[in-house]
Write a new protein. Structure first.
Length: 589
């Protein structure tokens, strides 16, 4: 009975949440959502329901398996009972036959006794007897026969009564057994149906959560500025407001600065520029960033298929690569341009499937920053870039480990640490790109020598330029404490369904994240909210990431992992403030 009640409760649970969520049409149509907060709330709602349903369904499935085993055992027992009843029925039938015979015998005896009493009266017996002794013998014999008949009649009567009772019990048991079999089959079907419904519901919820998560990532992409790009033909202008020496006009003030952007793998273009200005040639630059490689001159394909059409490989496509400013050649960076030419040539060949072993380029490459930027105007007038392409004609990077062309990634600015990556059998090194000790890497960073405006920057605009009314990255005490509280919740594994910015309504378009007070309430569940920050220190690791953010607060020292602070900042920071790198610093003034 308990198991049946449990499954009925599970069924009611499903019906309740189905009706609850069915009304949230906006959650069922993630493609139409433009409010990141609403998406977060939908994800939180669905995740909570999914977790509850999954737990209940796990229990249901476990109980069903147990009940199925019990039902199987019950069916075996029912089968045994059926056989026993069948055997008992046979025995009763045999007894009914025997008792039927006895009944006939008893009836005959009764008739005989009746006739005897009518036809052989005591007087007749006396007159028929020759002697008194004979008379008394006849009387005794008749009495004995009568006693035996009475005993037989009594036994037969008792057996008839007992047999009727057993027959009635047999009928009742057969009816009960048939009803039990029906109930068992219905219960098994019901339980299986409950688990099937729960499984389907869990599947539906998982699909909705996946759709909402994808939509959330899509909307947050602009805010966090996660992208893969390079310096391009025109470098980014420096933003004085994004520097640490900017005065926000209030104190205390806090700002979070990223080291580098965006993907930190392969060759750093500003690092290559710094190395070139310091006298390194293009081969030294390439070996520094790609590791165990050689620059090898090989036969090139005549053309390459691109999203802009089929182009002459050396004479048109490479001349039009717009990934590094041409003017760098006149600023001591000609070797950097040559390194870029070899890297771009190698990347393009690897992308379209050309290999040293077969030299068959059957693929196609796009002409945007998703692959490599190609510009017809650059191809028409390449300037000193054209010199770099011509001077390295036919030269590519070949891995000494794999013997294949190197899939030569590159990006603008790594922030001083290069991440390793593996492609086509070749692994690039992970290292601090500096002439200084890694604990003071910024002092001798090659990207600093190259003048990268992205080396150390506070990001407060999206890539499209949206700033949500903010003109600097600095935060007030209340704003910073709010982000720290969000990080506390993230680190504790708490509810983050409302973690998006409180100003999401004005910045992201529709809806609001939790208020600071509401976020504080959530932080209270994980040791207490932070309302005042007296000190901040950062601990970086040799792995090129910020390992810890250590804060002196009203509740004492609070230590947050770099990964949790990164996530909380990019989800909770107001406006379009964001971190581009796991290597970051927090400043207070």
């Amino acid at each position: 009975m308990k198991k049946k009640i449990f499954f009925l409760a599970a069924s009611t649970f499903l019906l309740f949440f189905s009706s609850t969520l069915a009304g949230a049409e906006e959650c069922d149509n993630p493609g139409g959502l433009t409010d990141t907060v609403k998406i977060g709330q939908c994800i939180g709602k669905y995740s909570g329901v999914l977790d509850a349903i999954s737990k209940a369904n796990t229990t249901n499935a476990r109980e069903l398996a147990s009940l199925n085993a019990q039902i199987s055992n019950l069916k075996v027992q029912i089968g045994s009972l059926e056989k026993q009843l069948e055997k008992l029925g046979g025995q009763i039938f045999e007894r009914e036959v025997k008792i039927g015979v006895k009944n006939e015998l008893m009836a005959a005896k009764i008739r005989q006794d009746y006739i005897r009493k009518r036809e052989q009266s005591m007087l007749v017996t006396l007159l028929a007897s020759q002697t008194a002794q004979k008379f008394f013998q006849d009387i005794a014999y008749r009495e004995k026969l009568a006693g035996m008949d009475r005993e037989t009649i009594g036994q037969i009567s008792s057996e008839v009564v007992e047999l009727r009772g057993q027959s009635e019990k047999l009928r009742v048991n057969k009816d009960s057994l048939a009803g039990l079999k029906t109930r068992v089959d219905k219960q098994a079907q019901f339980l299986a149906g409950e688990v099937e419904k729960a499984n389907k519901y869990v599947s539906d919820l998982s699909s909705k959560i996946s759709a909402l998560s994808a939509r959330q990532k899509e909307l947050l992409a602009e805010r966090t500025g996660v992208f893969a790009t390079t310096v391009g033909d025109v470098p980014l202008a420096d933003d004085p407001n994004a520097r640490p020496d900017y005065n926000p006009g209030f104190s205390p003030a806090f700002a979070v600065f990223s080291f580098g952007a965006p993907h930190f793998r392969g060759m750093s273009q500003y690092g290559a520029f710094g190395r070139s200005k310091a006298g390194q040639n293009f081969k030294q630059i390439l070996e520094a960033y790609y590791g165990n490689v050689e620059v090898r001159k090989v036969g090139m394909p005549g053309t390459i298929r691109t999203s802009a059409g089929t182009l002459a490989f050396e004479g048109r496509y490479l001349r039009g690569i717009a990934e590094m400013p041409t003017r760098w050649a006149d600023q001591g960076g000609h070797e950097a341009l040559k390194a870029q030419a070899v890297a771009a040539r190698s990347y393009a060949l690897a992308y379209v499937g050309w290999r040293v072993s077969n030299q068959n380029a059957g693929g196609s490459i796009c002409t945007t920053e998703a692959c490599q930027v190609y510009s017809n105007s650059k191809a028409d007038n390449p300037g000193r870039w054209g010199d770099a392409v011509r001077e390295t004609e036919g030269e590519i990077l070949v891995s000494r480990a794999s013997g294949e062309v190197v899939n030569a990634w590159y990006a603008s600015t790594s922030g001083g640490y290069m991440d390793s990556y593996t492609s086509l059998g070749h692994a690039t090194p992970g290292f601090w790109d500096t002439t200084s000790d890694w604990t003071r890497w910024a002092e001798g960073a090659w990207e600093v020598k190259g003048g990268s405006p992205w080396f150390y920057k506070g990001w407060y605009r999206s890539r499209s330029g949206k700033a949500c009314g903010r003109n600097h990255p600095w935060l007030s005490m209340d704003e910073m404490a709010d982000i720290v509280n969000a990080a506390i919740v993230v680190g504790g594994g708490g509810d983050t369904s409302g973690i998006l910015p409180a100003d999401a309504n004005s910045c992201s378009g529709g809806g609001n994240g939790w208020s600071r007070e509401r976020m504080g309430v959530e932080a209270d569940r994980w040791g207490g909210r932070v309302t005042n920050i007296s000190s901040i220190s950062i601990k970086h690791g040799n792995n090129g990431q910020t390992n810890q953010v250590v804060l002196g607060t009203n509740r004492g020292e609070v230590v947050i992992s770099g990964a949790n602070f990164y996530r909380a900042f990019n989800l909770r920071a107001p406006g379009m403030l964001s971190l581009k790198s796991y290597l970051f610093n927090v400043e207070r003034k």
